[in-house]
Design a protein around this ligand. Structure first.
Ligand code: K7E
Ligand code: CUA
Length: 669
């Protein structure tokens, strides 16, 4: 794409064009830029980058970063962990997608984690991460991640930085307004982006308005174990439920969802869902919903969905198929839901640290609307409604409005907060972050982003107590910021210093997958709880061995179970014979080390699953079905010691009809 400047110059300076044509070209160029959502500017920035910025992101060798940040991987289905302020990548946590590096989704122990009612699904699209909270502040116990495509919710344990649980969300499609959380982690919500036929499955698409619905699921979190279950769902009108945030403080009992497509379009949404001047923020009183649930107002809705839990004692995941959910219909539950009009095609729904202000992002809006929770309650009390939608009262816009931020920029999407009364809103179309005063509704600063910023994140920035030091912006376009890598450039984020009056760009850093939302937390809060090893004597895996003397090979019909022990730098056993073509070999491998950061890997030639990486004290299993009679080497894939290259073995496979006995050994016996 030619630069905007060059196109303008051509338009204005071309003697061949009459002025009217130049003006027309200018208009077209501007419209095209808006339509493309491309606020891209010329390559080199004229920002005042200085050694000062370099110093602020420099974390000296051997020193730790001040914050962890957890950036969603978008269409990679994973969650990546970076340090702030350095932007260094520490770990990619596999969640909804298989990961060969860790054997996630390949080992027998982890396969059940990716089971759904549609079968084994080794991929998803993850947009939002959300930390567990206590008293409205991140507590560092768990982080939740949404799976959009096959609606799922994951809980990652921050002691191990591993996925501990995945719950499929029934009666949903495009689990986008998720996984936002209440102040004390009572509930994580999952709202459908796509409305679908719920009462009867097989209907015509043009029956959308009569037969399609959205749902909002309230997933209860066990305060001790973190275990998740769908407590209840609410059936809603057929809109697209886009984003959400829970209330806090005075608005603790409420949840706020942005909705677009209140036009109820089911084709060419680009046009047909952009008709109305205002869509809605949906306010849900979840305490009221709980009361209605207790009163028995919910109906049982038959639904097949999977609940997968990884057990740290057995190092194994198990799937359970659930059959029914409780469904509330707003018609039977007065006072549970209200709509607040919100301009135009809203995206973000964010609540400030005090819990009083609710901010809507409007992809096509020219203002940022700020709603007052107190005014909303008053409007409800005084019944200041503008009719209803399917029995849900629509509150009059002005009665709930605290005010509008005028001329903020183009395409406001998402808002985060600092600890000094300021809000920061991303502007997708005009590619900038705008800082504004929440009470006065005045823009106080703006900083360009490169380019087309989506979500932004301040550590704790959607909580009661933000750490208002850094701002991470996550961009949709990276053009000319990094070395080219073919047609696709790296995804990227940018770090700003927000400790002063003016935002200062400090750093560009590449990210894995497409970053959407992120969370950040002070590093100290996680470091102290981080698991270093799994205790071998507490290993309850049925195929674990506690001593190399228990290493063995057993045949059960055409299954061969190999119990392998690993200690630097050998396998026990490392010579195995007696396997035949047609056998299914299970390598149950126990890493017997009890030292931090000593994983061993395991791979056998020609295995079409993957390798696996086994942590100290852990047992993992990989299966192998050899096709040809010969001798196959296996080896450790993680460089674990000076003699790592010696950590190898052989397994002999003989023809299908061979008459052979199992034999195994290590060293000369
Ligand atoms: Cu990327 Cu939250 Cu899916 Cu906005 S969403 S940008
Ligand atoms: Cu064990 Cu290399």
């Amino acid at each position: 794409m030619k630069s905007f400047r060059k196109i303008l110059d051509t338009a204005f300076n071309s003697a061949a064009l009459p002025p009217i044509t130049a003006a027309l070209i200018l208009a077209i160029v501007f419209t095209a830029l808006l339509a493309a959502g491309c606020g891209k500017k010329e390559g080199t920035t004229t920002l005042n980058m200085s050694e000062d910025a370099a110093n602020k992101v420099y974390v000296a060798p051997g020193k730790y970063d001040e914050f962890y940040s957890f950036i969603s991987g978008g269409f990679s289905g994973q969650l990546a962990v970076y340090g702030l302020p350095s932007g260094r990548l520490f770990r990619v946590i596999p969640v909804f997608s298989v990961d060969p590096e860790k054997g996630w989704g390949y080992t027998e122990e982890t396969k059940p984690m990716l089971m759904t009612s549609h079968g084994f699904i080794p991929w998803d699209d993850s947009h939002h991460s959300e930390l567990s909270m206590t008293d409205g502040v991140p507590d560092g116990r768990w982080i939740f991640l949404n799976g959009n495509n096959t609606p799922r919710l994951a809980r990652i344990d921050l002691k191990t930085f591993r996925t501990a649980e995945i719950l499929e969300i029934p009666n949903s499609a495009g689990n986008h307004s998720s996984p936002f959380i209440t102040e004390n982690s009572e509930y994580v919500v999952c709202g459908t982006r796509f409305s679908i036929p719920i009462k009867e499955p097989d209907v015509t698409i043009d029956s959308y308005r009569e037969k399609f619905n959205g749902t909002i699921s309230f997933v209860k979190i066990d305060p001790q174990s973190g275990n998740m279950n769908v407590d209840f769902q609410i059936m809603t009108p057929p809109f697209d439920y886009d984003l959400s945030h829970a209330g806090k403080g005075p608005s603790h009992d409420w949840f706020f969802f942005s909705c677009y497509n209140t036009e109820e379009a089911y084709t060419l949404l680009e046009v047909n869902a952009s008709q109305k001047d205002k869509d809605f923020i949906m306010a849900v009183n979840w305490k009221k919903a709980e009361e209605y649930l207790k009163q028995g107002k919910a109906t049982d809705k038959a639904s097949d969905f999977y609940h997968n839990v990884y057990d740290e004692a057995t190092h194994t995941a198990k799937s359970e198929v659930l059959k029914s959910v409780k469904m509330l219909d707003p018609k039977d539950c007065p006072g549970m839901i209200y709509y607040i009009p919100c301009p135009k095609s809203p995206h973000g729904a964010d609540v400030d640290p005090s819990g009083e202000y609710i901010i809507g992002g409007g992809k096509l809006a020219t203002v940022i609307p700020v709603f007052s929770f107190a005014k909303m309650l008053k409007a409800i009390e005084n019944k200041e409604f503008d009719g209803d939608v399917a029995g849900i009262p629509v509150i009059k816009y002005e009665t709930a409005l605290h005010g509008e931020v005028q001329k903020p920029g183009l395409g406001p999407l998402h808002t985060e907060f600092d600890d000094k009364g300021f809000a920061y809103t991303s502007m997708f179309v005009s590619s900038e972050v705008v800082k504004w005063d929440i009470k006065k509704l005045e823009v106080v600063d703006r900083a360009p982003s490169f380019y087309s910023v989506g979500h932004i994140m301040i550590p704790g920035g959607d909580s009661k107590k933000p750490w208002g030091k850094y701002l991470v912006v996550m961009n949709k376009i990276t053009k000319d910021r990094f070395l080219p890598t073919g047609p696709e450039l790296t995804q990227s984020a940018q770090l700003y210093d927000i400790s002063g009056e003016k935002m200062k760009l400090l750093l560009d850093f590449p990210t894995i997958g497409e970053p959407h939302y992120a969370q950040g937390i002070q590093a100290d809060m996680l470091i102290k709880n981080s698991v270093k090893i799994f205790k071998l004597d507490e290993n309850k895996h049925p195929y674990a061995i506690k001593s190399v003397n228990d290493a063995r090979v057993e045949r059960k019909g055409n299954e061969v179970h190999v119990y392998v022990g690993m200690v630097r730098s050998h396998f026990t056993p490392d010579n195995i014979e007696g396997v035949k073509v047609g056998d299914k070999v299970f390598f149950h491998v126990t890493n017997m080390e009890q030292d931090w950061d000593i994983p061993h890997g395991f791979a056998v030639k020609g295995n079409n699953t993957s390798e696996m990486l086994i942590m100290p004290g852990e047992t993992q299993t990989i299966t192998w079905e050899p096709q040809t009679a010969t001798v196959y080497p296996f080896y450790c894939t993680d460089f674990c010691s000076a003699l790592h290259q010696e950590m190898q073995g052989y397994i002999r496979v003989q023809p299908k009809d061979a008459n052979v006995q199992i034999k195994f050994q290590t060293g000369s016996k």
